[in-house]
Design a binder for this molecule. Sequence first.
Ligand code: 1JT
Length: 253
Amino acid sequence: MLENKVGMIFGVANKRSIAWACAESCMNQGARLAFTYQGERLRENVEKLTREIDDTLVVPCDVTNQPEVDAAFAAVGEKFGKIDFLIHSIAFAPREALEGEFLTTSREAFLTAMEISAFSLPQLALAALPFMNEGGSIVTMSYYGAEKVVMNYNVMGVAKAALEASTRYLAADLGKHGIRVNAISAGPIQTLSARGVKNMGSLLGYVGEKAPLKRNVKASEVGDTALFLVSDLASGITGETIYVDCGYNIMGI
Ligand code: 1JT
């Protein structure tokens, strides 16, 4: 389904990463991929994961470093020419901001969460534009806490709300270039990011019981939805937030 398409994947930390599940789904359908990693710390992980893949590229890209972002696109442009899709699976907030009350969020935590988790989407979309083919597609990752209050999600919920709104505004701007922009609102998944979160185990248990499908979503199911959204099957879909959460979000009492 993605033969002759080239994608850029942002946000792989290890094999459990949602970004990695997206990469696997897309590679299985014939896409060629470039991967970025954040900081030297994650370089070896990403290089190990991608060692067996031929015709790939691994480049550093810390979104707080604009020259590094520009260099990442330049390197991908050099190797592949144009790209067809971009998967954004990047978020961060200081640990202490994801517990207790939202009320006490510090200025620094708020700005950090917003910069890395929300601003990075329009930032990467703008940097990608000169390298994107007509018919291109951008996909980002959100979470239910953007829409409803989820205890402890706090400033990340505010950042994800900004991310979902950014998805719509970008979709409006980029439509004339034939580029679509969509978000996936994934149910909770036990990734490296989620590991640092208090009571993640009980959250997964609660969600898995309440969801219509009576289980938690798998990263591979998020990956398969990303594959759909970057493929031509989704050519009429832009600006949307699609829930991939085993139905959790539809439930009331
Ligand atoms: C980040 C983290 C973004 C964890 C995230 C996330 N998006 C979803 N999760 C999982 C999660 C986290 C909390 C939660 C429910 C789900 C951690 C690092 C920063 C970025 O609260 C009930 C806190």
